[in-house]
Design a protein around this ligand. Sequence first.
Ligand code: PLP
Length: 376
Amino acid sequence: METVPIAPDLLPADGRFGSGPSKVRPAQADMVSALGRTVLGTSHRQAPVRSLVGRVREGIAALLEVPDGYEVILGNGGAVAFWDAAAFCLVRERAQHAAFGEFGQKFAASTDGAPFLAPSDIRAAPPGELARCAPAEGVDVYAYPHNETSTGVVSPVSRVDGDGDGDGDGALTVVDATSIAGAQRVDLTQTDVYYFAPQKVLASDGGLWLAVVSPAALERIAEVTASRWVPEFLNLAPAVENSRKNQTLNTPAVATLVMLAEQLDWLNERGGLAWASDRSASSADILYGWAQRREWAKPFVADPAHRSPVVGTVDLAESVDAAAVSAQLRQNGIVDTEPYRKLGRNQLRVGMYPAVDPEDVRALTECVDYLVERLA
Ligand SMILES: *Cc1c(COP(=O)(O)O)cnc(C)c1O
């Protein structure tokens, strides 16, 4: 492939548009370097690392405006590990899942395959569309993604009321916010578990899961883990205990915590969730508006209300080879605009987390215009 060079003045200041892992701001990496001779390489059972974990927990509580009585817990293994922990420790008998993409489906597969649970009630929708949970007999966990990263579909966040009598029916609402927590306003009283990982909105590295849990979820964890065998690594009961002490069950990646704490401070200093949401929404307006103005592009998600403010998916016409466009962008230092691998569409996918400058999204669209003209 011959590179089509893009003039430097057209390029974004930072060319990282991944949907996860995502752009890490240089100041976060500088902080890792600054703490490289003190906190890095020291015990996670001692004050310096524990205070870092405390800073992360407080930063999340501030950013997400965590309601009274809710707690921020964390552990190793990322969001995927949390799915299995949830199957073991949150579901009493039966889960219902709204599955409208790879991530939602994978969590559904985890509870559906658990031999100690009833088969899951899975409400699916085709890629690019939204599926929602609905009250059903015998379901004690309702689970859905807030943002389906594989397709760029965003879901409203609201509690699913088991029997519709308004008391919540004791069922838990468990929301996978891995790729949107911290970038769209949310009322966490509508959820019992709102979980995520640091390598998307929060611009850090992978390997951790974090969750905001309600009093009802804490009760459920205690109840379920007392009555069934649970592998220690996936057991949320010790995770709650360790989190209260600003620790994790086993050794965390300290550099990940440093970058995470830095990003939380950065977001909170600028106006928290409102500021972060507006910034991602501005990027999304630029991207989707551009796609709608081009003959050869259109937003993949047909319903504007379901278009993600953080993961933009844009289909290109057959006459334009999206893979060639992404490859040329990559040659020019603009990376990770490829679509989710299993979706198999002629598409660009753009991470628009708050770390990304909306002006860089604008520059990206100009670079795509330039390439499409040259590649024709
Ligand atoms: C990335 C992602 C996951 C997986 O996160 P890991 O930290 O890699 O395990 C799960 N759910 C959603 C919605 C995601 O975007």
